[in-house]
Design a protein around this ligand. Structure first.
Ligand code: C2G
Length: 134
């Protein structure tokens, strides 16, 4: 069984995230998603999530491509996660290109093209200005 892992906040889940998860799963048979905890998001990424970790976890677990959701609590856990879960492929969107190349000592490292036209920042901005223009 070929195992894949990816990391992220996945807050205000949108189709860009789903596209990433779909393509990540297509690289193997089993997809682990390491989901950033509320504390990690706030302390390390200065992101205040709209949905809590538990809410974001339940959303991800409902996605057909996702087999397991684990907490991402720090930047350093990737190597131990890869060993613990016997990961074959590490996947991130290409906004992270090059940032995790050191993991190639342990597994394949793949950066997939982001879905360009959507982001949580954009959604929040458009909702803030009186809703999305349909
Ligand atoms: N993504 C994408 N297309 C978008 C938006 C996001 O492909 N339009 C991808 C990102 O490249 C990332 C994943 O979806 O691989 C999750 O995105 P975020 O929740 O923004 O993740 P991020 O905050 O970048 O956290 O240790 C790694 C970090 O936890 C990554």
């Amino acid at each position: 069984m070929k195992k894949v892992i990816t990391y992220g906040t996945f807050d205000l889940l949108h189709y860009g995230h789903i596209n990433l998860l779909k393509r990540a799963k297509a690289l193997g048979d089993y997809l682990v998603v390491a989901l950033s905890t509320d504390e990690f998001n706030w302390n390390e990424k200065q992101k205040k999530c709209y949905f809590s970790y538990e809410e974001r976890k339940s959303l991800l677990e409902a996605i057909r491509y996702v087999d397991l959701v684990i907490p991402e609590e720090n930047w350093e856990q990737k190597k131990s996660d890869i060993k613990e879960f016997r990961i074959d492929t590490f996947v991130m969107g290409d906004d992270w290109k090059g940032k995790f190349d050191e993991l190639s000592e342990l597994c394949e490292v793949v950066y997939l093209p982001r879905t360009p036209e959507i982001s949580t920042t954009q959604i929040k901005k458009e909702l803030g200005s009186g809703g999305l223009a349909k």
